[in-house]
Design a protein around this ligand. Structure first.
Ligand code: C2E
Ligand code: MG
Ligand code: MG
Ligand code: MG
Length: 293
C-alpha cells in the first residue's frame, strides 16, 4: 500500500518538479543574459543624521530593469544570483558603479566624507579575490577607502566566522568600513560582534516597526544602542516609516537612520538633486491648512 501511495505521489509530483527545474533553468538563463546586456541599475537610499536631518551617505540598492518584467526588486533575483554564482559578476558591477557615483557626489559637494554603502552577500564575501577586487575598485574610482561601507549580514559571516573575520581584517587594513546589516534577524549574539571589525550596526526594520507598539522591541533597540556605545559602534536604524518611530529613536540617542519617512531609494539623478538642495530630512510635512509657507 505504501508503495502504491508512493507511486501515486511520484506521478503527481514529477511533472511539478520538472516544471520547477525548467523554470529555474530559464530564470538562470534570463538572469545571465540580463547581466550580459547590462540591464541593472542602482537606486540610492539616503542615510540621514537624525539629529540634523543631513544626508551622510547612501546605500546602493540594485534593481533589474527588465524589458519584459519592468523594474524587478532584488529579492526576486539576488537569491538565484547567489545560488548560481552570478552574484559575483553582478556584485562587482554594483561595487564599481556605487563607488564611481559616490566619488562623483563627493567631488560635486566638496565633501570627501560622504559614505557609500554596498551590500555584499555571503557568496560574494567568500570570493578568494574579494580584497583585491575592492582595492582595485577604490583605486580606479578614486573613492577614499573610509567612504566605503560594506554591508554584510550575520548569516553571511557565521558560516565560517574565522575566515570571515580574517577577510574583514584584510579589508579593514585598506581602510574600508563594515556594517552589520539586518541586526536582530540572525544570531544577534553580542559576543559575536567583538570578533569582527564592525563599525556600524544596522537595526533591522522589524524592531523599528515594533518600537512604538511593544515594550520588548523598544528594550531590544535600547540594548543595541547601549551595547554599540560601549563598543564604540555607530547605529543606523532601518525602515523608519513614521514620525513616532523617528521621535523615539532620537530620544533613545540613535544617530542615524534610513526609511521611507526620510526618503525612498532614489534613482541617481534624484539623489544628486536631494544632495545639492541640502534640505534636511524628513522634509516638513505639508501644511494642514494647505497654505504656502
Ligand atoms: P537591505 O540591505 O536590508 O536593504 C533595505 C531594504 O529595505 C531595501 O529593499 C529598501 O528599499 C527597503 N526599505 C528601506 N526603507 C524602508 C521602509 O521604510 N519601509 C520598507 N517597507 N522598506 C524599506 P530592496 O531595495 O528591495 O532590497 C532588499 C534586499 O536586497 C536588501 O536588504 C539586500 O539584502 C538585498 N540587496 C539589494 N541590493 C543588493 C546588492 O547590490 N547586492 C546584494 N548582494 N544584495 C542586495
Ligand atoms: Mg543593506
Ligand atoms: Mg537591512
Ligand atoms: Mg534586508
Amino acid at each position: 500500500r505504501a508503495k502504491e501511495r508512493g507511486r501515486g505521489r511520484w506521478e503527481i509530483f514529477e511533472p511539478e518538479l520538472n516544471e520547477r527545474a525548467q523554470r529555474r533553468m530559464s530564470d538562470e538563463t534570463a538572469l545571465g543574459a540580463a547581466i550580459a546586456r547590462q540591464e541593472f541599475l542602482l537606486h540610492y537610499q539616503p542615510v540621514v543624521d537624525l539629529r540634523t536631518g543631513a544626508v551622510t551617505g547612501f546605500e546602493a540598492l540594485v534593481r533589474w530593469q527588465s524589458p519584459e518584467r519592468g523594474l524587478v526588486p532584488p529579492d526576486q533575483f539576488i537569491p538565484l544570483a547567489e545560488e548560481t554564482g552570478l552574484i559575483n559578476v553582478l556584485g562587482r558591477w554594483v561595487l564599481e558603479e556605487a563607488c564611481r557615483q559616490g566619488r562623483l557626489w563627493q567631488l560635486a559637494l566638496g565633501d570627501p566624507t560622504l559614505q557609500v554603502a554596498v551590500n555584499v552577500s555571503a557568496r560574494q564575501f567568500q570570493q578568494v579575490d574579494l580584497v583585491e577586487q575592492v582595492a582595485t575598485v577604490l583605486r580606479t574610482t578614486g573613492l577614499p577607502p573610509a567612504s566605503l561601507l560594506l554591508e554584510i549580514t550575520e548569516t553571511a559571516v557565521m558560516g565560517d566566522p574565522a575566515k570571515a573575520a580574517a577577510t574583514m581584517r584584510r579589508l579593514a587594513a585598506h581602510g574600508v568600513r563594515f556594517a552589520l546589516d539586518d541586526f536582530g534577524q540572525g544570531y544577534s549574539s553580542l559576543g559575536h560582534l567583538k570578533r569582527f571589525p564592525i563599525d556600524v550596526v544596522k537595526i533591522d526594520k522589524e524592531f523599528v516597526d515594533g518600537l512604538t507598539r511593544n515594550a520588548s522591541d523598544a528594550q531590544i533597540v535600547q540594548a543595541v544602542l547601549t551595547m554599540a556605545q560601549a563598543l564604540g559602534l555607530e547605529v543606523t536604524a532601518e525602515g523608519i516609516e513614521d514620525h513616532a518611530q523617528l521621535d523615539r529613536l532620537r530620544t533613545l540617542g540613535c544617530n542615524h537612520g534610513q526609511g521611507y519617512l526620510l526618503s525612498r531609494p532614489l534613482p541617481a539623478a534624484a539623489a544628486t538633486a536631494l544632495l545639492t538642495a541640502r534640505t534636511p530630512l524628513p522634509c516638513p510635512p505639508p501644511d494642514p491648512a494647505g497654505q504656502v509657507r
